[in-house]
Every structure is written in C-alpha cells, then in structure tokens.
Ligand binder design. Sequence first.
Ligand code: G3I
Length: 360
Amino acid sequence: MRKEVFVGRKYGFIYIVISISILFLSGCPKPPIGPVGSLRDMAASRNIRIGAAVDPTKFSETAYDNTCKTEFNMLVAENVMKMDTIHPSATTYNYSPADLIMTYAQNNGMTVRGHALLWHNQVPGWVTAKPYSELIAVMQSHIDNVLTHFKGKIHSWDVVNEVVKDNGLGLRNNDDSSSIWADSLTDDSIIKEAFYRARAVDPDAKLIINDYSNEAKGSTKADKLYSLVAGWVGAGVPIDGVGFQLHLMESSTPNYTAIRQNIDRYIALKPGFQVQFTEIDVRISEPASQSELDNQASIYANLMRIALDYYPNVTVFVTWGITDKYSWIPSVFSGYGSALLFDGAYAPKPAYHALVNALR
Ligand code: G3I
C-alpha cells in the first residue's frame, strides 16, 4: 500500500510539472517586450515603467514609431492632454489627438500617464476670461469629463502641475498672475478639490502632484512643496504621489543625497506613496562633447539607480521626449540641446546604454 502511494505521488508530481510546462510554453499571456536587451525589455525585467513624452503626429515617422514601441513601455502626452487642446471651449472637448496615443499604447502593450489636469500654462481663453469664483466649477466639469473619457486606462494623472512658486513662498496665484487656480499664496481650495474630484471619477488612477526643481531636500521650493503635500495627505486629501520633473543640466550635477532624503520623507507620508520621475531630460550646451555626453549618461544612470533602490515607491522613469530631434529644450534654452536618450538620427546615446546597464 505504502509503495503504491509513493509511486502514485511520484508520477502525480511529474504530471503536474509537465502540465505546468505545457501551459507556460503554450503561451500563457506574457507582456509584449522589445528585442532582448532593449531598454524596454530591461525595464520590464525590473518592473520599471520607462516612458517618453510623445506627440501623436510623429507616430507616422517610422524611426519615431520603431524607437517608441521598442524602447519604452509608458507614454505621456507632451501636449495633447492639456486643457487648451482637450477642452477648447466650455462646451467642446477634443479627445482625438489624445486617443491616438491611447490606441498606440494599447496596440503596443504600453501604459499611459495623464498630463495635466490643472496647470497655469496652456489654459484656453474661455477659462482665463472667467472670474476666480467660477473656476472651481470649471475644474470640476473638466475633471469629470476628462477622467470619465479615459476612465480605467490611465496609470497616473498629474492632477495639478507646478502649483508652487519658484521662490517657495507659497502657491502660484492670480495676485501675481502666476496662476488662475489659486486666489492667494495660501489658497489651496481648488487644488484640494481637484484631487477629491479625480478620485471620485477614476479611483484606479494614481493621483500625482507634479513640479520641477522639487527633487532635492533643502531647496526652498522642494521644502515648501513637501510641507504642503504633507499637510494635504495628513488631512486626507487623496494624493498618491509626487512627480519630480527632473529637467536637469549636464553642467550641474544633481545632489543625489538630497534627492534620496526627499524621497525618504515623501514615502514616510503614507504606505505606498509614490515618487515618479516624470519629465527627465539633461540638457547640454551645444555642441555636446563626448565627455559631456558621458557625464549626461552618468546622471541618467544615477537617477535610475535611485529609482531601483526605492522600488516599489519609485517605478516611473519618464523622459521628456524620445529623440533630440523634437525636444522642447532648444526652443526654450537657446544654445542647449542633446538632452534625451536618442540623438537627432535616433541613434542611442551613452545615456541609453548607461540606463540599460543600470537596469541589468
Ligand atoms: O499647437 C500650436 C500650433 O498650432 C502653433 O502653430 C504653434 C506655433 O505657435 O504653437 C503650437 O503650440 C505649441 C505647443 O507646445 C504644441 O507644440 C506652443 O506654442 C508651445 O509653447 C508648447 O510648448 C510646450 C510647453 O510645455 C508649453 O508650455 C512644449 O512642447 C512641452 O514640451 C512643454 O512641456 C512642459 C510640461 O507640460 C510641464 N513641465 C514643463 C515642460 C517643459 O516646459
């Protein structure tokens, strides 16, 4: 009896092993991946979202399309989800450009960040013409409509973007014309309501407050944003994370220790609090030398190492564009460029290889 039982168990075990192997080999669903060793493939192996800001009018360019779907697994709209495009008048919404990104992402197994619901820039005229007293209703209708349209398809939303003044003295506000979305340095009523509204419409999306020059603990602006977010989270405002845009200069090495200290205090706010690297580019004074490109590569790699060290609180690593050919940098910072992972001819730069190696 005992022998028969033993034999039965042995063959039973073998049967289980064989059937599991057949199931696996028969192609239980596996995430689409790029060529082995692509940045996307390496990131997927570490559960990192490696993303790029995209312009849907460029998908028809073969090199743009191939590089995008092979090397990235997250997309964000550089411009077409902003209010001026998506909500051009009080009664009209234009989702066509954004839906091109959603379809592209779905066809290529990618996730999408939503950028941005409330921002002081690219606000349509019909909104800026309104008195402050009418703006909370504008925000509510905007968020209701936009989040309903994309419901369940957005990984994380930049609910508010760049609400802290660069001098760190308080909120951008309409007193100094730095934003219509606050009535004073301390008026956070619309900001808080935006998070509640977004949570109510799409409870699955991570709700993020995004800003630039906010990454290093000890800078006035970063400390101000942290204290505001800590207060809001403590009061129960549904904020799931902070976005560090990380628009950097190759000539100015980031303070990696201060970035780590900043992440430490954010992730202590509540379990699972996210820090997302949302708009990374590292601009170089043109023409970029080999040593500058190598230094740029070390900056990208050091940021990725920080992300990996803080996994799973840091899982989003998005560059603000795919190729230097279309980067916003030269048009805003005259004489600067070469800020991204792929050059103007879509050749991977040292920064690309440094990221692949950091992910290994
Ligand atoms: O769409 C119009 C087009 O119809 C017109 O012919 C053309 C010339 O005037 O302008 C086009 O709009 C431009 C828009 O990009 C779309 O291309 C705006 O002028 C231009 O100012 C706008 O720049 C964008 C900028 O945000 C707006 O402030 C950049 O592409 C975009 O990279 C940049 O992204 C921001 C993030 O959203 C927030 N964080 C900072 C980051 C860099 O500024």
